[in-house]
Structure formats: C-alpha cells, structure tokens
Ligand binder design. Sequence first.
Ligand SMILES: Cc1cc2nc3c(=O)[nH]c(=O)nc-3n(C[C@H](O)[C@H](O)[C@H](O)COP(=O)(O)OP(=O)(O)OC[C@H]3O[C@@H](n4cnc5c(N)ncnc54)[C@H](O)[C@@H]3O)c2cc1C
Length: 375
Amino acid sequence: MYDYDVIIIGGGLAGLTAAIHLSQEKHEVLVLEKNPYPHHKVCGEYVSNEIIPYLNKLGVPLKNSRAVQIDKLQLSTVSGKATHAKLPLGGIGISRYRFDALLYEKALENGVQFAFESATAIAYADDSFLVTTANNTTFSSRIAIGAYGKRSTIDKQLNRDFIQRKSAWLGVKAHYQWDAFPENQVALHNFKGGYAGLSKTETGAVNFCYLASYKSFQEEKSVAGFNAKVVAKNPFLNDFLAKATPIFNQPITIAQLSFAAKQSVENHIIMCGDTAGLIHPLCGNGMAMAIHSAKIASEYIHNYLTEERYSRTQLESDYTTAWSTSFKSRLWMGRQLQALLLSENLSKLALKMVTTSPGLLRKLIRNTHGKPIAC
Ligand SMILES: Cc1cc2nc3c(=O)[nH]c(=O)nc-3n(C[C@H](O)[C@H](O)[C@H](O)COP(=O)(O)OP(=O)(O)OC[C@H]3O[C@@H](n4cnc5c(N)ncnc54)[C@H](O)[C@@H]3O)c2cc1C
C-alpha cells in the first residue's frame, strides 16, 4: 500500500497546479515544499494570459488578487534606443508572494496535504516511489512529480546531465515604489551582460528583476555596485534606480541558473515546470509553461491512476511527447532571442528591424508564447 497516490516535490506554480488538478480528480496528493507560504521568489512576475482559462476552470480566484492587466511591451538597448509594441495576448502583473499563496490556499481547500520539508532523496522500486526528507521522514506513492524548480539536491541524486555543468547566470529581484511607472506596461531593458524587466504587481509596487552573467557581475561583486556601474548605463534603468524607492531591505538572488536541455521524465519521475526545462526569462513565459506542463502531466497521471490498461510506460511516453510538442520550439526560440539581445551590435540591429516592422516583434512574441490553454 502507498501513503499517497501522488507525491509532488516542490510547491511552486507547477507543483501547486498539479496538486489542485489531481485533487479535483479525487486523488490523494502530498506536496513537499521547503519554504512555508507566502514567500518571495526571483521572477519577473509578468504572467502570460494564456493560463487564465485553465486557472479559472480550476477555480483559482485570480479575480480577487488585484493583479494588474498588462498589454504593452517596451524594449530598449544598452544605449537607451527604445521601441514599444502591443502584446498580442497580454498578461497580468502579480507578485509570486501572492500568486503562489493563492494556489496554495486553493490546494488546501481541495484537501491536498502539505509537509514543509525539503525532499533529499527519491527511490523507485516495485512500481512505487519512496521519498525521504531532510528530517528523515519517508513517504510512499504510486506517482512522483518533480516540480522543485531550477535545481535541487534531487538533481544531484538523480545524476542529471545539466547539474554536472557550471552555469553562468544569476537572477536578482526586488520591489520598488515608483508610481510613475505605467500599470499596463512590461519593460525589458538591456545592459552589458544581461537584461532587466520592470512591471507592476497587485500591490502597486514595481518589480525590478534581472538576469546577469557571472562574468559581468563578478567584476563588481555586490548588487549595489553592479546596479550603479553596469545596470544604470541604460538610461531607462538609470532613471528608474534614481527615482524609485526600494521596498525590500535587500534584493533576493538566485545563482547557477541553467538553460540547458533537461529530460521531462527521469527515473520514472514526471518532471514539470523548470524541473523539465527553463525558458529564457526575456520571453516572459516560464510561469505559463510551468502551469501548462502541470496540466498535461495531471491529465496523463489521472489516466494512469484510473485506467487499468493505461501503463506507466504509456504514461511516460505520452507525457514526453506532449511536453516536447508543446514547449521545445519555444525554448529554442528563447535561446536564439537571448543570444541576439546579449550581443550589443546585433541587439541594435534587431531593435532597428522591429521598430520598422512592428509585425515582426509580434511574431517573435507569438513564437515564445502559447495559445490560451484549451480546457
Ligand atoms: C530572472 C528571472 C525572471 C523571470 N521572469 C519571468 C516572468 O516575468 N514571467 C514568467 O512567466 N516567467 C519568468 N521567469 C521564469 C519563472 O520564474 C519560472 O519558470 C517559474 O517560477 C517556474 O515555476 P516552477 O513551479 O517550475 O518552479 P518554482 O516556482 O521555482 O517552484 C519550485 C519550488 O520547489 C521548492 N523546492 C525546491 N527544492 C525542493 C526540495 N528539495 N524539496 C521541497 N521543495 C523544494 C522551492 O522552494 C519552490 O517553491 C523568470 C525566471 C528568472 C530566473
């Protein structure tokens, strides 16, 4: 016998969405999450509208969250040459502090069990999983979902390919008060060795979040020094840093960000969200992909748990194919765009092209996003 039908490691957007979906199908679900809610996370906090129909169907009360509606994109190069575009589908601005907690509350209401512990090991044997936590507690289940984000000790235990390689990126995020920033806009400003996103959240605060290469960051060693000497070289970011008031005591950071390809199933564990693959943040689509991958996984897992003839092999094969069909080309496009944006000369040329042809920019945005998720 098992303790649960499904154990989900990691209660971020992917893990919580799968928990809500599977509990609605009346499966017994345990989420292992290392940090109690609510908590801040490094993230641009712009969520593509493609996930709204699905979250509505799951009964997540997004309407009460006071998330702001965003339909405009501003882009600028290091020297401050800028362009605007209307976002084809648009999105919402909501802090991860609120968004994750909203999903957590819905999962609790559905009867999902939570243990605020770090999972340290997962073993598959005799057609079931045994998950061990840092407190040496063990839990068993028929299905295990890996939704623990960008990297974790579990990746080391599974000896995943990407974890062997050092990654050259870090992320920084903080909230600021700056009323002059337009509520309906997300801005993407380039600087040497990285780029920063600015957008408003449900509290009225502006989220300032950037991705930077270690190479450029290492020369300054502190966030304050890096902001002053590198980030502020972009006139838009200089203006923002001069006029906006920090709300956080300290920015939060995340290191060792890897954009390498990953497997969507490892040792029979179904991987969702960033655990299956991280899209470059400039695309503003990682959260939608995390939620969408959780939907796809939950549908196949429900088949496995309810249909005797639907085997684990079939589940793993169907999920791998569906994941690849849904996300592989978006990840590829994200890689190309990031390479373009980080080359000073190419980004100038690209900006010139998209300024003269707004249709081209809309096409690029469409290619890094999905359509509204069909329910
Ligand atoms: C700089 C930056 C900016 C971004 N901006 C945007 C944006 O504007 N829009 C967008 O859509 N996407 C953006 N993204 C991507 C987005 O943040 C991710 O794609 C999204 O958070 C993925 O959700 P997830 O559920 O897979 O992972 P997460 O949200 O990271 O959740 C993983 C959870 O697992 C928990 N966990 C980890 N290890 C363990 C363990 N061993 N045991 C128990 N729990 C564990 C963590 O505490 C965490 O809560 C950005 C990413 C970066 C780096």
